[in-house]
Design a binder for this molecule. Structure first.
Ligand code: AMP
Length: 634
């Protein structure tokens, strides 16, 4: 029984009253806030006219903090207290952070220090969590918005990468709450970019969003149908971006100028020049790099756009490989793609655009500033959710669950309740029952993953439903409901239908899964599918064996007198046969299929051997029920 409900997070409002809402692109390097004014989306500036807010927070000894440009200026002089790229730490444990040892921070392991699993950073102003640091950035953007709009905000749409999991999304929401922002919803970044280009009003079909920033590359395949966006697949490379083009150009300059290995300072100087040259080559056919090294040596090299494209071709090629993979995952071909959107500063490079255009046989959408497109799309969506909708703007935006969500059943098996790639928000319910007579509590174990055994999946949460009235095994009806809201957060509720006892939990996993981890879990599930099915069949047989042993034991306790001595001995032999087979079924040196067959035979023998006993017990209970009653009463 599956209940699927789609709830729109929009809210009603008084007519003709414009409610102030913003879209926030909470980026790894820079963040932006945008709004819709007079029907036109625009990015809001600070008092100095700057639109980008560096996502940098510097903590000070007096307990205060600098945020944005001021903090960024101290990145090299006070690295320990200047937190950059905090987005990478959101909803993450210390062990999830790649190359943590190379970062300048004094990390505090959240598992040990009450950070609910999330890593924290020790600063001069005390221990700070990624949520607090992100909240500082969000609060700055909120202040900027309220200052420029002249009123309080109704709420904000905040963008997150499409692959962000529950923990990362929840951390983002917590940060917004701490910053005093009402989150209208979290929106995936590629979906926001597609909205900025008005693709939600375009023809139904498949769209690709190519996002090449300074340090990361993301590709997302979206499907638009009936006005609804769905993320079909995501992919990319978290260590590929515009910085790699700078680095390649830097190496080329070194070769051309025949330079010996440089000092740190000279390297930094030349890297800055390389970056400037790269950016100039987006609009010029050639440029000259000039730098004076500390030794006084002058470096002067000219490069054409053509040469730059040649020496960085392999980097563009890497992004193409990631696109192919994402398209395979989404099961779409180039012909299926109706449009492509370019996001991220590095997509300004003409040879990148050309490669994307040739790959998809279409001119990509690139006329909106690729640094602002996500914030602008979020602003459009925020405007609608705040109730400032135009006629016909009644669409929904949907994402999907990256991995299946399930529950542990007897035998350590997983019953999937919400399958992977389900469009969210969604809710599904399934009925379960008790295993033992008189069982009054039920342990609910929520797991995530594609494998058949709980031990191979990720444990998300556990809770108990208590107070179930004592009943025979299998008589209780426990309805378990899984609900994933628009932001990907999972609530699980269990309810015994007769008594109405209930228990529930909202899953806020202690730390998140990276997209690499998701990919690994999927890969494992494909390669282990056959073995998993065999193990599942064996575990099911073991559960059945336990069930029949319990039932036989309970029947013998109450009605052994219905059997003769020889019958009792025969039954004891069959029971022992099942017990031996259960023990044998744990012998991992034997194939699971063979173990299952042996156990199945013993269980069947016991089931057959107890048929007569069950019939006599039935007669006895009927006689008991009828005893002393007249025919009329019956
Ligand atoms: P983002 O992370 O989206 O802000 O992108 C930053 C990257 O975009 C950096 O590598 C920049 O050097 C690069 N970028 C910005 N402007 C240009 C340009 N005009 N041409 C090439 N790359 C650019």
């Amino acid at each position: 029984m599956a209940l699927l409900q789609i709830a729109e997070p929009g809210m009603s409002t008084a007519p003709h009253q414009h409610r102030l809402a913003v879209g926030i692109d909470l980026g790894t390097t820079n963040s932006l806030v945008a709004t819709v004014r007079s029907g036109i989306p625009e990015v809001l500036s600070d008092e100095d006219g700057r639109q980008l807010l560096p996502s940098v927070v510097r903590y000070l000894a007096n307990g205060n903090a600098n945020i944005g440009h001021k903090a960024q200026a101290h990145q090299t002089t006070d690295p320990k207290n200047t937190v950059v790229s905090v987005k990478r730490f959101m909803g993450r444990g210390l062990k999830d952070i790649a190359h943590a040892e190379n970062l300048p921070y004094d990390f505090v392991d959240g598992d040990r220090e009450g950070g609910h699993g999330m890593v924290q950073i020790r600063t001069v102003a005390g221990i700070k969590s990624p949520v607090e640091t992100s909240a500082q950035i969000l609060a700055t953007l909120r202040q900027r918005a309220e200052d420029s709009l002249g009123d309080e905000l109704v709420g904000a749409v905040i963008t997150v990468p499409a692959y962000f999991d529950d923990a990362q999304r929840q951390a983002t929401k917590d940060a917004a709450q701490l910053a005093g922002i009402n989150v209208l919803r979290l929106l995936s970044e590629p979906t926001a970019a597609a909205i900025a280009y008005g693709l939600d009003h375009a023809k139904e079909g498949v769209y690709a969003v190519y996002d090449l920033g300074g340090g990361t590359f993301d590709i997302s395949i979206l499907k638009l149908s009936k006005g609804v966006f769905e993320v079909l697949s995501t992919g990319g490379d978290s260590a590929l971006g515009g910085d790699d083009f700078d680095h390649r150009l830097f190496c080329w300059i070194m070769e051309q100028a025949k330079l010996a290995p440089l000092s740190h300072q000279d390297t930094a100087t030349l890297m800055v020049k390389a970056r400037q040259a790269k950016e100039q080559l987006s609009t010029n056919d050639e440029t000259t790099i000039e730098a004076i090294l500390k030794s006084g040596e002058l470096v002067q090299v000219t490069i054409t756009a053509h040469t730059f494209a040649e020496i960085t071709r392999h980097l563009v090629g890497k992004t193409m490989n990631a696109i192919r993979k994402a398209m395979r995952d989404a099961d779409v071909s180039v012909e299926d793609v109706d449009g492509v959107v370019m996001v991220g500063g590095a997509t300004r490079m003409p040879h990148v655009r050309r490669a994307v255009s040739e790959f998809f046989h279409t001119i990509p959408h690139a006329n909106i500033d690729p640094d602002k497109v996500v914030a602008l799309g979020a602003a459009i969506q925020a405007n609608l959710l705040a109730g400032n909708r135009a006629e016909g703007d009644d669409w929904l935006l949907l994402d999907v669950t990256p991995l299946s969500l399930g529950i542990e059943t007897m035998g350590g098996l997983v019953e999937k309740i919400i399958p992977r790639n389900s469009t969210i928000p969604c809710a599904r319910a399934q009925e379960f029952t008790t295993f033992k007579d008189g069982q009054t509590a039920l342990a609910v174990h929520v797991v995530q993953g594609e494998r058949e055994l709980v031990s191979d999946c990720r444990s998300l949460a556990r809770f108990e439903l208590r107070g179930i009235p004592p009943m025979a095994a299998g008589a209780a009806r426990i309805r378990v409901t899984y609900q994933v809201d628009a932001d990907g957060l999972l609530s699980v509720a269990a309810r015994e239908t007769r008594s109405g006892v209930e228990a529930s939990i909202t899953v806020k996993p202690s730390y998140g899964l990276g997209d690499d981890e998701v990919a690994r879990m999927l890969q494992d599930s494909y390669s282990s599918a056959q073995g998993d099915m065999q193990m599942r069949a064996l575990r099911e047989e073991q559960v059945e064996a336990e069930r029949i042993l319990l039932a036989t034991q309970s029947a013998l306790e109450s009605d052994a007198d219905l059997l003769g001595v020889a019958e009792q001995a025969a039954l004891a032999g069959l029971v022992q046969g099942v017990r031996d087979a259960v023990q044998g079924s744990n012998d991992t040196s034997i194939e699971p299929g063979v173990r299952q067959d042996a156990l199945h035979a013993a269980v069947q023998a016991l089931a057959k051997g107890t048929e007569e006993f069950a019939a006599r017990r039935m007669d006895k209970s009927v006689r008991k029920a009828l005893a002393g009653k007249s025919l009329d009463e019956v």
